[in-house]
Design a protein around this ligand. Sequence first.
Ligand code: ZN
Length: 303
Amino acid sequence: MVTEGGQWDSDIVEDLFNARDKQCILNTMVRGDREEDVLYWNEDLTGDYTVKSAYQMLQRQKGLWSTADNSTLWKVIWSVKAPPKVLNMVWRALSNSLPTREVLAAKRVPVTLICPFCTGNGESIFHVLVQCPFADQCWRKRGRGYQPLAEVSFDRWLQRMLEGAGKDDHGDILTLCWSIWQARNKLVWNQTSLSVNQVVFSARQFLAEWKGAQVMSTKTLYRDVNSRDGVCSWAKPNQNEVKISVDAALFAECSKFGIGLLARDSDGRVVQGRSELFDGQVRSELAEAVAVKEALSWVKDKQ
Ligand SMILES: [Zn+2]
C-alpha cells in the first residue's frame, strides 16, 4: 500500500477501507527509511508498551482523569500545613481513589449510587465534598466569603478555592474536605448524623490541635538540643584530639531543619562551631544524618 516514493497509495487505501479507517491510515506517517515496520506504542514516548501508560490511557478514556496539567495544584497541596491524614484524603480525592459509591461502582462493587447525605444524587467525589446540599452548607458555614463555584470537577474546584484564598486558609479548606468525608463515613458506617456546625467545628479543632502539636514538638527538640549538650553527658577527647558534637533540629512550621556542629579540644574548649539551615521537612533521622555528613565534610575541609 506504500508507493515507491514512500507515500501511502491512496487509491488502494480508498478501495479497501471505510472513510474512518482510511483517514486513520493516511494520518499515519510512513517511515521514510523503508525499514521493517515495528510495533509502536503511542502512549509512551519510547514507543514501548508499559502497563502504567495503558492504565493512564484507560483512566483518561473513562473520564476519570483530567488531561489538564495539575502539577501546580499538587505543588500547592503538598506545601499546605495540614495533618498528613488530611493531605492523604485530599490526594485520594484528586486521584479519584476516594471510595465514594460512584467510585466503588466503577470498580464493579455492588453498591447503591445514591449520596447518603441528600439521597437525591449519585455520590461522586465532587458531589459529596462540594455539590451536595449538606457539603454546600458546610462551606457556607465556614464563611470567608464563600461563593459557590461553577466548576465541573473536584480538582478544578479545589484549585479555584485555593487560588482565591490566602495561604493561611489553605489548611482550613483541605481540613474541611476531610471533615465532610469523616461525617459521610460516620453516617454510612455508624448511622450517626453530624450537624453542619459539628463538621465545621471539628475541622477547625482538628487543625488547631495539630498545629499546636507541631509547635510543641519544635519546642521539645529545642529542649533536647540543650539537655543533650550538657557537660555530664560529654567526655573530653584525648590529648591533641578534637571532638565534634553534632545535632539537628526540625522546624516544621517553616519547613526547614537545622544542624549544629561544635568542635572541642581535650580541655573542653570550643575550637570552632558551625550551624546551618536547610529547606525541607524531613524525618529526624535524616536531619541527624545530614548533620553527621556535614561534620565529616567540615573535617575534610579543615585538613
Ligand atoms: Zn448529596
